[in-house]
Design a protein around this ligand. Structure first.
Ligand SMILES: NC(=O)c1ccc[n+]([C@@H]2O[C@H](COP(=O)([O-])OP(=O)(O)OC[C@H]3O[C@@H](n4cnc5c(N)ncnc54)[C@H](OP(=O)(O)O)[C@@H]3O)[C@@H](O)[C@H]2O)c1
Length: 285
């Protein structure tokens, strides 16, 4: 099977999540990352150093799809440049109402003009959440939907992990696993050259953590982790058919960038063989 060559445009929150997700996807190959010229020479996180980095898409080879991860107000200009080069695109701009419609129409016009396919609105907030909402409404046509945004997980500092050799900073949370048992999640930012396995072993053997299942994850930035954690509660109540009091509930805790990345990859998989034009995201795979 030929692996899909992915270019990631812009290495912010969503871009980084796309690189991580594409590296883990067995059916994808990272053709490279496009960054602003002043950022091209900036070192990449350890483990990513083999990835080609360029200031322009034309410097990358074998690109089958480009994932646009630049700020919302730069998406259209970036899309135009890529489509001009006849590169199929996926974008996820967080836009609403008439602005979103105008954005989609313009990308559609460019995609048809340059004879390339483009997928628009492939993210969480604009992309997947509306699909969940639509499905809830389909199952309970007469009813009321309430959506509450709330913090994802409550992270707290942990001096036991923080004081471990090689750890620059640590945050911890407790979640109940699928089996009902409590699990501790410890997120660590490591000192240069520190070894994650050694750090994980040291944390797990600390008296504070030894009694419970403890999972240790390395993150590039704890500040970003605190910012990115997100949660949502969506509930629809109503009547459908003969039976009354139907309820649907979606409770989610997640990093919006990571969900968006998975949706963008799903959209990219559907690009080969598509006719030119813009397509609104729906679940493809
Ligand atoms: N649909 C959803 O649910 C959803 C959720 C989150 C985000 N988004 C969308 O995803 C996109 C990226 O969001 P983000 O949170 O990852 O943003 P971000 O963290 O600000 O990152 C954007 C990246 O784009 C590059 N960049 C910055 N200024 C630029 C400019 N003027 N021109 C071109 N590139 C520029 C930078 O990468 P380099 O330093 O590598 O050049 C920057 O790190 C936005 O369009 C946002 O609307 C959608």
């Amino acid at each position: 099977m030929k692996r899909l060559g992915i270019a990631v445009i812009g290495l912010g929150r969503v871009g980084r999540a796309c690189v991580e997700a594409a590296r883990e996807a067995g059916d994808m190959r990272l053709a490279g990352i496009v960054r602003r010229p002043e950022k091209v020479a900036q070192p990449l996180p350890e483990g990513w150093r083999d990835l080609p980095v360029a200031a322009h898409i034309s410097e990358l080879r074998d690109v089958d799809a480009a994932l646009i991860c630049v700020p919302t107000d730069s998406v259209l200009g970036t899309a135009q440049q890529l489509l001009q080069q006849r590169i199929p695109i996926v974008e996820c701009a967080t836009l609403e109402g008439p602005a979103r419609d105008a954005h989609r129409d313009e990308i559609g016009r460019l995609a048809e003009h340059h004879r390339v396919p483009a997928i628009v609105g492939a993210g969480w907030e604009c992309g997947t959440l509306p699909l969940f909402k639509r499905l809830f409404e389909l199952l309970i046509p007469k009813g009321r939907t309430e959506i509450t945004n709330r913090p994802g997980v409550s992270l707290h500092h942990t001096s036991a992990a923080q004081d471990t050799k090689g750890v620059r900073g640590a945050l911890c949370t407790e979640l109940r696993g699928a089996n009902g048992r409590m699990q501790r999640y410890v997120y660590v930012e490591l000192e240069q050259g520190a070894n994650l396995d050694a750090v994980s072993r040291a944390i797990r053997s600390d008296p504070l953590f030894v009694a419970e299942e403890t999972l240790v994850f390395q993150v590039a930035s704890l500040a970003e982790l605190e910012q990115g954690g997100h949660g949502i509660l969506m509930e629809r109540r109503g009547a459908s058919g003969r039976a009354a009091h139907h309820t649907l509930l979606l409770e989610a805790r997640f990093h919006a960038g990571c969900f968006t990345a998975q949706v963008m990859l799903d959209a990219a998989r559907s690009l080969p063989g598509r006719r030119p034009g813009a397509y609104a995201y729906t679940v493809f795979s």
